[in-house]
Write a protein that binds this ligand. Structure first.
Ligand SMILES: [Zn+2]
Length: 459
């Protein structure tokens, strides 16, 4: 009642030469060299009986004839361990369970042979995982559902497997000052190169966003939303981060898809909104195609900040952070940007991806210097508001290039002395501080609790 050689061969092939025992799926066949030195085959497997050949086992043959016992329908392909196991511990493996194992293995093997999607992705997830998916779909064995699960898991493997994750102790060490001085060219900046770190960050961000906005599945993640970024500066020599940062709105775009023909595609785009309290315009673009990650990350300074009055406390807090960042940029610190893990109009500044993106400062030095000059004038405006206990208005006249800080301080002192001396006027102004033309000039004026630089007739 042994199986014929032909039946054993059929059973092995139908199981894909893998053990059918649940969660085993070990390979049971392969090449070897015979003693004579010719090519041969090796394997450790058996064609086990579902219903035993002997009448005494817990899987007794019942009324089955000898022919039925040695028929292929009564065989299951197993590695030698599991073949022995189900034979020796028959009580633990009732016939129905063994039949189920055979059915799952052969069904899974059939799918990975005939279904192109399953065939492709099964090679990523492996036969054991494939069989588990089939087990999970018992008893219906809905091929559509099985395929969807295999493709979903396969893509996850493809996304994660080929990416070399940098070791935990990897630190981007900036070049030392001495080395940098010795270098003929400025140190290379982000752009065009392959950065596996940026790839990983981009995928992590898009995955987090996709989860939070519930885009279906892993395959087609693509959206444009409002988000937030945190811009700060980093000491290029020590890597130390500034403890101030600008928290600003941005438009974020995320695409992550995988196609059979073109492979993986990732695009992360972040563009900050320039507003009254930040003129920093960061444009980040991370593109992954054909296994190459290209990053463009640039910072420009657009226009000037424009706070309203010294009584807008929220603006003042934002300004303090802004000023510290811009001053460090002028000192040669490099800009870096953190991207928020949360999307939407509102987000916690702490909820950012912990690793910053490097940014290439594209602004000409004059723009940076002008932003620093303007921000020290804004700082002075806040000081005047405090000193006068009035609402200081940040009018465009304050930023007139000819109006120096020394002039501003002198003008303020002169006018304050008149306000605080009898007969205590409620309004007043200085002499012209900057002549705009023959007829108009800028003066410092106060009136009804408001203090500002204004254009007035020169006479
Ligand atoms: Zn096995």
């Amino acid at each position: 009642m042994e199986f014929s050689a032909r039946t054993k061969e059929l059973l092995a092939a139908r199981a894909g030469y893998k053990c059918s025992f649940r969660r085993c799926q070990i390979e049971t066949g392969g090449p070897t060299t015979t003693i004579e030195g010719t090519d041969g085959r090796a394997g450790i497997a058996v064609a086990a009986h579902i219903y035993a050949a002997s009448k005494n086992g817990p899987r007794p043959p019942g009324e089955r004839t000898a022919e039925e016992i040695s028929d292929i329908s009564n065989g299951v392909w197993m590695c030698r361990n599991h073949g022995t196991m189900i034979d020796e511990s028959q009580s633990q493996y009732p016939a129905d369970d063994v039949i189920q194992m055979k059915k799952v293995r052969e069904f899974a093997q059939g799918l990975s042979l005939h279904d192109p999607d399953i065939s492709y992705f099964a090679s990523w997830i492996g036969p054991r995982r494939l069989d588990e998916i089939v087990w999970a779909n018992l008893p219906d064995l809905d091929v559509e559902q099985i395929r969807a699960a295999v493709v979903r898991e396969g893509k996850r493997c493809i996304t994660l497997t080929p990416i070399p994750v940098p070791p935990a102790e990897f630190v981007l060490k900036p070049v030392s000052v001495a080395t940098r001085r010795a270098l003929p060219a400025p140190k290379p900046v982000v752009g065009g190169a392959t950065y596996s770190r940026d790839y990983r960050r981009a995928v992590e961000l898009i995955s987090t966003w996709a989860e939070s906005i519930e885009v279906d599945g892993v395959a087609r993640r693509g959206f444009i939303r409002d988000g937030h970024v945190k811009l700060t500066a980093r000491d290029p020599d020590t890597g130390q981060l500034l403890d101030a940062s600008i928290w600003t709105m941005a438009t974020v775009k995320g695409i992550h898809r995988f196609t059979y023909s073109n492979g993986e595609f990732v695009r992360l785009q972040v563009t900050t909104h320039v507003g009254p309290m930040s003129n920093l315009f960061w444009r980040l673009k991370v593109d992954v195609t054909e296994g190459i990650c290209k990053t463009q990350s640039t910072l420009a300074l657009v226009g000037s900040i424009s706070p309203q009055t010294s009584y807008e406390w929220f603006e003042r807090d934002q300004f303090d952070e802004y000023r510290k960042v811009v001053e460090k940029l002028e000192e040669g610190w490099e800009p870096v940007g953190f991207v928020s893990l949360e999307l939407g109009d509102w987000a916690e500044p702490d909820a950012v991806h912990p690793e910053p993106f490097e940014i290439d400062l594209k602004a000409p030095i004059e723009h940076i210097e002008k932003s620093v000059r303007n921000s020290s004038k804004v700082q002075l405006g806040y000081e005047l508001g405090d000193q006068w206990r009035m609402r200081f208005h940040f009018t465009p006249e304050l930023f007139n290039e000819e109006l120096t800080e020394a002039t501003i301080r002198d003008a303020s002192e002169w006018l304050l002395a008149r306000r605080d001396a009898a007969p205590y006027p409620t309004r007043g102004s200085t002499e012209p501080l900057v002549m705009l033309n023959a007829r108009y000039a800028i003066r410092l004026t106060f009136r009804d609790g408001n203090l500002m630089f204004r254009i007035t007739p020169a006479k």
